[in-house]
Design a protein around this ligand. Structure first.
Ligand code: ATP
Length: 523
Protein backbone atom coordinates (compact mmCIF):
# COMPACT_ATOMS: atom_id res chain seq x y z
CA UNK A 1 0.00 0.00 0.00
CA UNK A 2 3.00 2.30 0.51
CA UNK A 3 3.49 4.76 -2.36
CA UNK A 4 6.96 6.24 -2.67
CA UNK A 5 7.68 9.73 -3.96
CA UNK A 6 10.09 9.77 -6.84
CA UNK A 7 10.78 13.46 -7.29
CA UNK A 8 9.07 16.81 -7.24
CA UNK A 9 7.77 18.11 -10.51
CA UNK A 10 8.68 21.72 -10.94
CA UNK A 11 5.79 23.65 -12.38
CA UNK A 12 6.12 24.89 -15.96
CA UNK A 13 6.48 28.58 -15.16
CA UNK A 14 5.44 31.22 -12.67
CA UNK A 15 2.25 32.15 -14.50
CA UNK A 16 1.09 28.57 -14.75
CA UNK A 17 1.87 27.98 -11.12
CA UNK A 18 -0.10 31.04 -10.05
CA UNK A 19 -3.07 30.00 -12.18
CA UNK A 20 -2.91 26.61 -10.56
CA UNK A 21 -2.93 28.17 -7.10
CA UNK A 22 -6.04 30.22 -7.93
CA UNK A 23 -7.97 27.31 -9.43
CA UNK A 24 -6.98 24.96 -6.61
CA UNK A 25 -8.17 27.55 -4.06
CA UNK A 26 -11.55 27.54 -5.76
CA UNK A 27 -11.86 23.83 -6.45
CA UNK A 28 -11.08 22.82 -2.87
CA UNK A 29 -13.27 25.40 -1.15
CA UNK A 30 -10.63 27.89 -0.02
CA UNK A 31 -11.28 31.16 -1.87
CA UNK A 32 -14.15 32.29 -4.11
CA UNK A 33 -14.59 35.48 -6.09
CA UNK A 34 -17.04 37.70 -4.21
CA UNK A 35 -20.59 37.79 -5.65
CA UNK A 36 -19.53 35.44 -8.42
CA UNK A 37 -23.09 34.90 -9.69
CA UNK A 38 -23.09 38.60 -10.63
CA UNK A 39 -19.73 38.22 -12.39
CA UNK A 40 -17.79 39.12 -9.26
CA UNK A 41 -16.45 42.32 -7.78
CA UNK A 42 -12.94 43.31 -8.68
CA UNK A 43 -10.30 42.56 -6.02
CA UNK A 44 -12.86 41.37 -3.47
CA UNK A 45 -12.88 37.74 -2.38
CA UNK A 46 -14.77 35.41 -0.05
CA UNK A 47 -13.20 32.69 2.04
CA UNK A 48 -14.98 29.37 1.68
CA UNK A 49 -15.35 26.50 4.14
CA UNK A 50 -11.68 25.48 4.15
CA UNK A 51 -10.34 28.98 3.56
CA UNK A 52 -12.16 30.36 6.59
CA UNK A 53 -10.54 27.67 8.76
CA UNK A 54 -7.06 28.25 7.33
CA UNK A 55 -7.43 31.99 7.80
CA UNK A 56 -8.64 31.54 11.37
CA UNK A 57 -5.69 29.27 12.14
CA UNK A 58 -3.17 31.78 10.73
CA UNK A 59 -4.79 34.56 12.74
CA UNK A 60 -4.68 32.39 15.85
CA UNK A 61 -1.03 31.45 15.26
CA UNK A 62 -0.18 35.14 15.08
CA UNK A 63 -2.32 36.08 18.11
CA UNK A 64 -0.85 33.35 20.27
CA UNK A 65 2.73 34.33 19.39
CA UNK A 66 2.03 38.02 19.83
CA UNK A 67 -0.49 38.34 22.68
CA UNK A 68 -0.57 35.09 24.62
CA UNK A 69 3.19 34.52 24.71
CA UNK A 70 4.15 38.10 25.63
CA UNK A 71 3.31 39.36 29.12
CA UNK A 72 3.61 42.94 27.93
CA UNK A 73 1.37 42.77 24.84
CA UNK A 74 -2.42 42.90 24.99
CA UNK A 75 -5.00 42.61 22.21
CA UNK A 76 -7.95 44.84 21.37
CA UNK A 77 -10.71 44.91 18.76
CA UNK A 78 -11.45 48.49 17.69
CA UNK A 79 -14.33 49.51 15.38
CA UNK A 80 -13.90 49.93 11.64
CA UNK A 81 -15.62 53.33 11.76
CA UNK A 82 -13.62 56.02 13.49
CA UNK A 83 -14.13 59.71 14.03
CA UNK A 84 -13.17 61.39 10.72
CA UNK A 85 -10.64 63.66 12.42
CA UNK A 86 -8.59 60.50 13.09
CA UNK A 87 -7.66 60.42 9.41
CA UNK A 88 -6.80 64.13 9.30
CA UNK A 89 -4.47 63.59 12.25
CA UNK A 90 -2.89 60.43 10.86
CA UNK A 91 -2.11 62.15 7.57
CA UNK A 92 -4.29 59.80 5.50
CA UNK A 93 -6.60 62.54 4.18
CA UNK A 94 -3.67 64.51 2.81
CA UNK A 95 -1.05 61.89 2.10
CA UNK A 96 -2.49 58.40 1.70
CA UNK A 97 -2.03 58.54 -2.03
CA UNK A 98 -0.55 56.35 -4.67
CA UNK A 99 0.93 57.87 -7.84
CA UNK A 100 -1.09 56.58 -10.77
CA UNK A 101 -0.39 56.66 -14.46
CA UNK A 102 -2.63 55.62 -17.37
CA UNK A 103 -1.61 54.16 -20.64
CA UNK A 104 -3.40 56.11 -23.36
CA UNK A 105 -3.49 53.19 -25.80
CA UNK A 106 -4.49 50.29 -23.57
CA UNK A 107 -6.52 52.48 -21.17
CA UNK A 108 -4.96 50.47 -18.35
CA UNK A 109 -4.10 52.16 -15.09
CA UNK A 110 -0.88 51.48 -13.19
CA UNK A 111 0.91 52.57 -10.06
CA UNK A 112 3.86 54.60 -11.32
CA UNK A 113 6.10 53.50 -8.44
CA UNK A 114 5.26 49.84 -9.04
CA UNK A 115 6.18 50.12 -12.74
CA UNK A 116 9.59 51.47 -11.72
CA UNK A 117 10.04 48.86 -8.98
CA UNK A 118 9.17 46.07 -11.42
CA UNK A 119 11.75 47.47 -13.82
CA UNK A 120 14.35 47.21 -11.03
CA UNK A 121 13.19 43.69 -10.16
CA UNK A 122 14.00 42.66 -13.73
CA UNK A 123 17.55 43.99 -13.33
CA UNK A 124 17.78 42.13 -10.06
CA UNK A 125 16.79 38.92 -11.86
CA UNK A 126 19.77 39.54 -14.17
CA UNK A 127 22.05 39.75 -11.13
CA UNK A 128 20.65 36.44 -9.87
CA UNK A 129 21.36 34.88 -13.26
CA UNK A 130 25.00 36.08 -13.18
CA UNK A 131 25.37 34.67 -9.67
CA UNK A 132 23.92 31.29 -10.71
CA UNK A 133 26.21 31.12 -13.74
CA UNK A 134 29.28 31.97 -11.67
CA UNK A 135 28.30 29.49 -8.96
CA UNK A 136 28.19 26.73 -11.57
CA UNK A 137 31.53 27.82 -13.06
CA UNK A 138 33.44 28.06 -9.78
CA UNK A 139 31.79 25.17 -7.94
CA UNK A 140 32.74 24.79 -4.26
CA UNK A 141 35.25 27.65 -4.46
CA UNK A 142 32.45 30.16 -5.19
CA UNK A 143 32.14 33.06 -2.76
CA UNK A 144 28.85 34.85 -3.44
CA UNK A 145 29.57 38.00 -1.39
CA UNK A 146 32.94 38.49 -3.05
CA UNK A 147 31.48 37.93 -6.52
CA UNK A 148 28.68 40.43 -5.97
CA UNK A 149 31.03 43.09 -4.66
CA UNK A 150 33.66 42.74 -7.41
CA UNK A 151 32.05 41.57 -10.65
CA UNK A 152 31.84 44.50 -13.07
CA UNK A 153 28.57 43.53 -14.67
CA UNK A 154 26.83 42.91 -11.35
CA UNK A 155 28.13 46.19 -9.96
CA UNK A 156 26.77 48.00 -13.01
CA UNK A 157 23.33 46.43 -12.54
CA UNK A 158 23.29 47.26 -8.85
CA UNK A 159 24.30 50.85 -9.53
CA UNK A 160 21.42 51.18 -12.00
CA UNK A 161 18.94 49.86 -9.41
CA UNK A 162 20.26 52.17 -6.69
CA UNK A 163 20.19 55.33 -8.77
CA UNK A 164 16.72 54.53 -10.14
CA UNK A 165 15.15 53.82 -6.76
CA UNK A 166 16.74 56.76 -5.01
CA UNK A 167 15.67 59.16 -7.77
CA UNK A 168 12.12 57.83 -7.53
CA UNK A 169 12.14 58.14 -3.73
CA UNK A 170 13.34 61.73 -3.96
CA UNK A 171 10.79 62.72 -6.59
CA UNK A 172 7.92 61.17 -4.65
CA UNK A 173 9.06 62.83 -1.45
CA UNK A 174 9.20 66.21 -3.17
CA UNK A 175 5.86 65.58 -4.89
CA UNK A 176 7.69 66.00 -8.19
CA UNK A 177 5.36 63.82 -10.24
CA UNK A 178 6.66 65.22 -13.53
CA UNK A 179 10.04 63.70 -12.71
CA UNK A 180 8.42 60.32 -11.94
CA UNK A 181 6.93 60.41 -15.44
CA UNK A 182 10.29 61.54 -16.89
CA UNK A 183 11.96 58.58 -15.17
CA UNK A 184 9.44 56.14 -16.66
CA UNK A 185 10.13 57.60 -20.09
CA UNK A 186 13.91 57.60 -19.69
CA UNK A 187 13.86 53.97 -18.61
CA UNK A 188 11.64 53.23 -21.61
CA UNK A 189 9.15 51.39 -19.42
CA UNK A 190 6.29 50.02 -21.49
CA UNK A 191 2.77 48.87 -20.59
CA UNK A 192 3.42 45.28 -19.41
CA UNK A 193 0.29 44.09 -21.21
CA UNK A 194 0.63 45.81 -24.58
CA UNK A 195 4.15 47.21 -24.86
CA UNK A 196 2.83 50.74 -25.48
CA UNK A 197 4.86 53.69 -24.13
CA UNK A 198 2.10 56.26 -24.60
CA UNK A 199 1.67 57.45 -20.98
CA UNK A 200 -0.44 60.17 -19.34
CA UNK A 201 0.90 62.45 -16.60
CA UNK A 202 1.37 60.94 -13.14
CA UNK A 203 -1.39 61.89 -10.67
CA UNK A 204 -1.96 61.30 -6.97
CA UNK A 205 -4.95 59.17 -6.00
CA UNK A 206 -6.31 58.89 -2.43
CA UNK A 207 -6.94 55.28 -1.45
CA UNK A 208 -9.55 55.76 1.27
CA UNK A 209 -13.17 54.72 0.78
CA UNK A 210 -15.67 57.32 1.94
CA UNK A 211 -19.11 56.68 3.38
CA UNK A 212 -21.74 58.55 5.38
CA UNK A 213 -23.11 58.20 8.89
CA UNK A 214 -26.59 59.51 9.71
CA UNK A 215 -30.19 59.13 8.57
CA UNK A 216 -30.76 62.37 6.65
CA UNK A 217 -28.64 63.90 3.95
CA UNK A 218 -28.33 67.28 5.77
CA UNK A 219 -27.06 65.79 9.01
CA UNK A 220 -24.93 63.05 7.55
CA UNK A 221 -21.31 62.95 8.63
CA UNK A 222 -18.58 61.97 6.19
CA UNK A 223 -16.72 58.90 7.34
CA UNK A 224 -13.97 56.70 5.97
CA UNK A 225 -13.66 52.96 6.10
CA UNK A 226 -10.37 52.53 7.97
CA UNK A 227 -7.42 52.01 5.62
CA UNK A 228 -5.35 50.44 8.44
CA UNK A 229 -6.08 49.02 11.88
CA UNK A 230 -3.20 50.93 13.52
CA UNK A 231 -5.13 54.11 14.28
CA UNK A 232 -7.66 52.19 16.40
CA UNK A 233 -4.71 51.27 18.61
CA UNK A 234 -3.28 54.80 18.82
CA UNK A 235 -6.54 56.45 19.84
CA UNK A 236 -6.99 53.81 22.56
CA UNK A 237 -3.39 54.00 23.76
CA UNK A 238 -4.05 55.79 27.03
CA UNK A 239 -7.24 53.87 27.88
CA UNK A 240 -5.43 50.57 27.46
CA UNK A 241 -2.32 51.72 29.32
CA UNK A 242 -4.33 52.95 32.28
CA UNK A 243 -6.67 49.96 32.54
CA UNK A 244 -3.95 47.35 32.01
CA UNK A 245 -1.37 49.27 34.10
CA UNK A 246 1.30 48.15 31.65
CA UNK A 247 4.64 49.91 31.81
CA UNK A 248 6.70 50.95 28.81
CA UNK A 249 7.84 49.04 26.81
CA UNK A 250 4.48 47.42 26.02
CA UNK A 251 2.45 46.53 22.97
CA UNK A 252 -1.15 46.62 21.76
CA UNK A 253 -2.17 44.17 19.06
CA UNK A 254 -5.24 43.78 16.92
CA UNK A 255 -6.49 41.98 13.87
CA UNK A 256 -9.27 43.28 11.65
CA UNK A 257 -10.53 44.52 8.33
CA UNK A 258 -9.00 47.42 6.42
CA UNK A 259 -10.14 48.96 3.13
CA UNK A 260 -8.15 50.55 0.31
CA UNK A 261 -9.34 51.62 -3.10
CA UNK A 262 -6.26 50.08 -4.74
CA UNK A 263 -5.44 51.36 -8.23
CA UNK A 264 -4.18 48.06 -9.50
CA UNK A 265 -5.51 44.90 -7.97
CA UNK A 266 -4.77 42.04 -10.27
CA UNK A 267 -2.99 39.51 -8.13
CA UNK A 268 -5.76 37.48 -6.53
CA UNK A 269 -5.73 37.95 -2.74
CA UNK A 270 -2.30 39.62 -2.77
CA UNK A 271 -3.82 43.06 -3.27
CA UNK A 272 -7.47 43.38 -2.27
CA UNK A 273 -9.77 46.31 -1.72
CA UNK A 274 -11.11 44.78 1.49
CA UNK A 275 -8.53 42.85 3.47
CA UNK A 276 -7.48 41.96 6.97
CA UNK A 277 -4.44 43.14 8.88
CA UNK A 278 -2.67 41.78 11.96
CA UNK A 279 -0.89 44.70 13.57
CA UNK A 280 1.02 45.32 16.76
CA UNK A 281 2.12 48.74 18.00
CA UNK A 282 4.93 48.58 20.54
CA UNK A 283 5.24 51.70 22.73
CA UNK A 284 8.79 52.55 23.77
CA UNK A 285 10.98 55.20 25.33
CA UNK A 286 12.18 57.81 22.78
CA UNK A 287 15.75 57.05 21.78
CA UNK A 288 15.40 53.27 22.08
CA UNK A 289 13.78 52.81 18.67
CA UNK A 290 16.89 51.47 16.88
CA UNK A 291 17.19 48.61 19.40
CA UNK A 292 13.50 47.70 19.21
CA UNK A 293 13.49 47.97 15.43
CA UNK A 294 16.16 45.27 15.26
CA UNK A 295 14.40 43.23 17.92
CA UNK A 296 11.07 43.14 16.06
CA UNK A 297 12.66 42.52 12.68
CA UNK A 298 14.36 39.46 14.12
CA UNK A 299 11.35 38.26 16.14
CA UNK A 300 8.96 38.52 13.23
CA UNK A 301 11.33 36.69 10.90
CA UNK A 302 11.61 33.89 13.48
CA UNK A 303 7.81 33.62 13.55
CA UNK A 304 7.74 33.15 9.80
CA UNK A 305 10.56 30.62 9.85
CA UNK A 306 8.83 28.58 12.58
CA UNK A 307 6.29 27.50 9.95
CA UNK A 308 9.03 25.69 8.03
CA UNK A 309 8.28 27.19 4.61
CA UNK A 310 11.98 27.54 3.69
CA UNK A 311 14.39 30.28 4.81
CA UNK A 312 15.32 30.87 1.16
CA UNK A 313 11.80 32.16 0.52
CA UNK A 314 12.14 35.19 2.80
CA UNK A 315 14.26 38.31 2.67
CA UNK A 316 14.35 41.76 4.20
CA UNK A 317 13.94 44.83 2.05
CA UNK A 318 14.93 48.12 3.67
CA UNK A 319 12.87 51.07 2.46
CA UNK A 320 14.48 53.81 0.42
CA UNK A 321 11.31 55.85 0.44
CA UNK A 322 10.03 56.31 3.99
CA UNK A 323 6.38 56.96 4.75
CA UNK A 324 5.57 60.34 6.26
CA UNK A 325 5.54 58.87 9.79
CA UNK A 326 8.63 56.62 9.78
CA UNK A 327 12.31 57.00 10.66
CA UNK A 328 13.16 53.46 9.57
CA UNK A 329 11.20 50.76 7.77
CA UNK A 330 11.75 47.32 6.33
CA UNK A 331 9.58 44.73 4.65
CA UNK A 332 9.75 41.02 5.09
CA UNK A 333 9.39 39.85 1.53
CA UNK A 334 8.21 36.40 0.53
CA UNK A 335 8.73 34.51 -2.68
CA UNK A 336 5.19 34.44 -4.09
CA UNK A 337 4.50 32.65 -7.39
CA UNK A 338 5.08 36.03 -9.10
CA UNK A 339 8.38 36.78 -7.31
CA UNK A 340 9.57 38.34 -4.04
CA UNK A 341 6.96 40.79 -2.71
CA UNK A 342 6.09 42.47 0.58
CA UNK A 343 4.41 40.24 3.14
CA UNK A 344 4.92 42.23 6.33
CA UNK A 345 6.14 45.70 7.26
CA UNK A 346 8.20 46.66 10.30
CA UNK A 347 8.09 50.40 10.86
CA UNK A 348 9.70 52.71 13.35
CA UNK A 349 6.90 55.30 13.54
CA UNK A 350 8.53 57.70 16.03
CA UNK A 351 6.01 59.72 18.10
CA UNK A 352 4.28 60.88 14.92
CA UNK A 353 0.86 59.31 15.48
CA UNK A 354 0.43 60.01 19.18
CA UNK A 355 1.68 63.59 18.79
CA UNK A 356 -0.72 64.18 15.91
CA UNK A 357 -3.65 62.81 17.91
CA UNK A 358 -2.64 65.06 20.82
CA UNK A 359 -2.66 68.02 18.49
CA UNK A 360 -5.97 67.27 16.79
CA UNK A 361 -7.90 66.06 19.87
CA UNK A 362 -6.46 68.52 22.36
CA UNK A 363 -6.00 65.58 24.82
CA UNK A 364 -2.69 64.59 26.35
CA UNK A 365 -1.49 61.19 25.15
CA UNK A 366 1.53 60.89 27.37
CA UNK A 367 3.03 58.27 29.60
CA UNK A 368 4.44 58.99 33.03
CA UNK A 369 7.69 57.08 33.31
CA UNK A 370 8.32 56.31 37.00
CA UNK A 371 11.98 55.51 36.35
CA UNK A 372 12.66 58.79 34.58
CA UNK A 373 10.19 60.66 36.78
CA UNK A 374 8.76 62.51 33.79
CA UNK A 375 6.03 62.30 31.16
CA UNK A 376 6.63 61.88 27.45
CA UNK A 377 4.91 60.88 24.23
CA UNK A 378 6.16 57.34 23.59
CA UNK A 379 7.78 56.27 20.34
CA UNK A 380 6.21 53.40 18.45
CA UNK A 381 7.54 50.35 16.70
CA UNK A 382 4.97 48.69 14.44
CA UNK A 383 4.72 45.23 12.94
CA UNK A 384 2.01 44.97 10.30
CA UNK A 385 1.14 41.90 8.27
CA UNK A 386 -1.69 41.24 5.86
CA UNK A 387 -3.61 38.13 6.87
CA UNK A 388 -4.73 37.51 3.29
CA UNK A 389 -1.19 37.90 1.99
CA UNK A 390 0.01 35.44 4.62
CA UNK A 391 -2.76 33.10 3.47
CA UNK A 392 -1.50 33.38 -0.10
CA UNK A 393 2.10 32.79 1.02
CA UNK A 394 1.14 29.65 2.93
CA UNK A 395 -1.23 28.33 0.29
CA UNK A 396 0.99 28.91 -2.75
CA UNK A 397 4.08 27.58 -1.02
CA UNK A 398 2.25 24.41 0.03
CA UNK A 399 0.79 23.44 -3.33
CA UNK A 400 3.06 20.88 -5.04
CA UNK A 401 2.79 18.13 -7.56
CA UNK A 402 4.71 14.95 -6.97
CA UNK A 403 5.52 12.16 -9.31
CA UNK A 404 5.27 8.79 -7.62
CA UNK A 405 7.33 5.67 -8.17
CA UNK A 406 4.45 3.97 -9.95
CA UNK A 407 4.41 6.70 -12.60
CA UNK A 408 1.31 8.52 -11.37
CA UNK A 409 1.28 12.03 -9.97
CA UNK A 410 -0.43 13.44 -6.95
CA UNK A 411 -1.37 17.02 -6.06
CA UNK A 412 -0.70 17.70 -2.44
CA UNK A 413 -1.24 20.79 -0.32
CA UNK A 414 1.57 20.53 2.21
CA UNK A 415 0.16 23.11 4.61
CA UNK A 416 2.03 23.41 7.91
CA UNK A 417 -0.12 20.97 9.89
CA UNK A 418 -0.71 23.53 12.66
CA UNK A 419 -2.57 25.66 10.08
CA UNK A 420 -4.39 22.94 8.14
CA UNK A 421 -8.19 23.43 8.13
CA UNK A 422 -8.93 19.75 8.71
CA UNK A 423 -6.44 17.87 10.86
CA UNK A 424 -7.60 14.33 10.13
CA UNK A 425 -10.05 12.47 7.89
CA UNK A 426 -11.56 9.23 9.14
CA UNK A 427 -12.28 6.72 6.37
CA UNK A 428 -14.08 3.39 6.71
CA UNK A 429 -12.47 1.00 4.22
CA UNK A 430 -15.93 -0.12 3.04
CA UNK A 431 -19.42 1.22 3.64
CA UNK A 432 -20.65 -1.92 5.45
CA UNK A 433 -19.84 -4.52 8.11
CA UNK A 434 -20.09 -1.94 10.90
CA UNK A 435 -16.98 -0.02 9.74
CA UNK A 436 -18.83 3.33 9.20
CA UNK A 437 -20.19 3.14 12.76
CA UNK A 438 -16.70 2.69 14.23
CA UNK A 439 -15.34 5.50 12.02
CA UNK A 440 -18.15 7.84 13.15
CA UNK A 441 -17.35 7.03 16.78
CA UNK A 442 -13.71 8.01 16.17
CA UNK A 443 -14.84 11.28 14.59
CA UNK A 444 -17.14 11.99 17.55
CA UNK A 445 -14.25 11.48 19.95
CA UNK A 446 -11.59 13.44 18.00
CA UNK A 447 -13.79 16.43 17.23
CA UNK A 448 -13.53 17.63 20.83
CA UNK A 449 -9.91 18.49 20.07
CA UNK A 450 -9.56 18.86 16.31
CA UNK A 451 -11.46 19.74 13.18
CA UNK A 452 -11.97 16.29 11.59
CA UNK A 453 -13.75 14.97 8.50
CA UNK A 454 -15.63 11.77 7.78
CA UNK A 455 -15.32 10.45 4.24
CA UNK A 456 -16.79 7.16 2.93
CA UNK A 457 -17.27 7.90 -0.77
CA UNK A 458 -15.08 6.26 -3.49
CA UNK A 459 -12.18 3.85 -3.21
CA UNK A 460 -9.80 4.55 -0.36
CA UNK A 461 -6.96 5.53 -2.74
CA UNK A 462 -9.12 8.28 -4.23
CA UNK A 463 -10.09 9.48 -0.81
CA UNK A 464 -6.38 9.74 0.11
CA UNK A 465 -5.78 11.87 -3.00
CA UNK A 466 -8.71 14.10 -2.16
CA UNK A 467 -7.44 14.66 1.38
CA UNK A 468 -3.88 15.27 0.06
CA UNK A 469 -5.17 17.97 -2.24
CA UNK A 470 -7.17 19.41 0.62
CA UNK A 471 -4.10 19.62 2.86
CA UNK A 472 -5.33 17.19 5.55
CA UNK A 473 -2.24 15.98 7.47
CA UNK A 474 -3.69 12.59 8.55
CA UNK A 475 -5.98 9.95 7.11
CA UNK A 476 -7.26 7.34 9.54
CA UNK A 477 -8.55 4.16 7.94
CA UNK A 478 -10.90 1.79 9.73
CA UNK A 479 -10.81 -1.79 8.38
CA UNK A 480 -11.99 -5.23 9.44
CA UNK A 481 -9.01 -5.73 11.78
CA UNK A 482 -10.19 -2.65 13.67
CA UNK A 483 -13.24 -4.62 14.78
CA UNK A 484 -10.94 -7.29 16.26
CA UNK A 485 -8.14 -5.28 17.87
CA UNK A 486 -9.20 -1.60 18.06
CA UNK A 487 -6.34 -0.50 15.84
CA UNK A 488 -6.47 1.69 12.72
CA UNK A 489 -4.08 2.68 9.94
CA UNK A 490 -2.89 6.26 10.12
CA UNK A 491 -1.39 7.72 6.95
CA UNK A 492 0.85 10.80 6.94
CA UNK A 493 0.10 13.26 4.13
CA UNK A 494 3.66 14.34 3.30
CA UNK A 495 5.51 11.02 3.46
CA UNK A 496 2.50 8.82 2.67
CA UNK A 497 3.85 6.49 5.35
CA UNK A 498 1.31 4.38 7.13
CA UNK A 499 1.40 2.91 10.60
CA UNK A 500 -0.91 0.79 12.66
CA UNK A 501 -1.91 2.44 15.92
CA UNK A 502 -4.43 1.96 18.71
CA UNK A 503 -7.59 4.08 18.49
CA UNK A 504 -6.85 5.26 22.03
CA UNK A 505 -3.48 6.68 20.91
CA UNK A 506 -4.85 8.75 18.01
CA UNK A 507 -5.50 11.92 19.97
CA UNK A 508 -1.95 12.18 21.35
CA UNK A 509 -0.40 11.27 18.04
CA UNK A 510 -2.28 13.99 16.15
CA UNK A 511 -1.80 16.53 18.92
CA UNK A 512 1.98 16.04 18.84
CA UNK A 513 2.03 17.18 15.19
CA UNK A 514 -0.57 19.91 15.08
CA UNK A 515 -0.21 21.55 18.48
CA UNK A 516 0.58 25.29 18.34
CA UNK A 517 3.01 24.85 21.20
CA UNK A 518 5.39 22.54 19.35
CA UNK A 519 5.41 24.87 16.31
CA UNK A 520 5.89 28.09 18.24
CA UNK A 521 8.68 26.49 20.27
CA UNK A 522 10.71 26.59 17.05
CA UNK A 523 10.78 30.39 17.24
P1 ATP B 1 1.97 47.70 -0.66
O1 ATP B 1 3.28 48.44 -0.82
O2 ATP B 1 2.01 46.27 -1.13
O3 ATP B 1 0.78 48.47 -1.16
P2 ATP B 1 1.86 48.81 1.95
O4 ATP B 1 3.30 49.08 2.18
O5 ATP B 1 0.96 49.91 1.56
O6 ATP B 1 1.71 47.58 0.91
P3 ATP B 1 1.19 48.64 4.69
O7 ATP B 1 0.40 49.87 4.71
O8 ATP B 1 2.53 48.63 5.32
O9 ATP B 1 1.28 48.07 3.20
O10 ATP B 1 0.28 47.47 5.29
C1 ATP B 1 0.80 46.40 6.04
C2 ATP B 1 0.51 45.06 5.41
O11 ATP B 1 -0.86 44.96 5.02
C3 ATP B 1 1.29 44.79 4.14
O12 ATP B 1 2.57 44.29 4.43
C4 ATP B 1 0.43 43.76 3.45
O13 ATP B 1 0.71 42.45 3.94
C5 ATP B 1 -0.97 44.13 3.88
N1 ATP B 1 -1.67 44.85 2.81
C6 ATP B 1 -1.56 46.15 2.47
N2 ATP B 1 -2.37 46.46 1.45
C7 ATP B 1 -3.03 45.32 1.13
C8 ATP B 1 -4.01 44.98 0.16
N3 ATP B 1 -4.51 45.89 -0.66
N4 ATP B 1 -4.47 43.70 0.11
C9 ATP B 1 -3.99 42.76 0.95
N5 ATP B 1 -3.06 43.02 1.90
C10 ATP B 1 -2.58 44.27 1.99
Amino acid sequence: MFEAVLYFCTMANQDDQFKKVISHAKEYGYVFQSSEIYDGLSAVYDYAQNGAELKKNIRDYWWRAMVQMNDNIVGIDAAIFMHPTTWKASGHVDAFNDPLIDNKDSKKRYRADVLIEDYCAKIEAKIDKEVDKAAKRFGDAFNKEEFISTNGRVLGYQEKINTTLSRMAKSLENEDLADVKALIEELEIADPLTGSRNWTEVKQFNLMFGTKLGASAENAMDLYLRPETAQGIFVNFLNVQKTSRLKIPFGIAQTGKAFRNEIVARQFIFRMREFEQMEMQFFIKPGTQAKWYEHWKETRMKWHLSLGMGAENYRFHDHEKLAHYADAAADIEFKFPFGFKELEGIHSRTDFDLSQHEKFSGKKLQYFDPEENKSYVPYVLETSIGLDRMFLAVFSNSLVEEELENGTTRTVLKLPSVLAPVKAAVLPLVKKDGLPEVARKIVDELKWDFNVDYDEKDAVGRRYRRQDANGTPFCITVDHDTLEDNTVTIRHRDTMEQERVKIDDLRDLIKKEVDVRSWLMKM
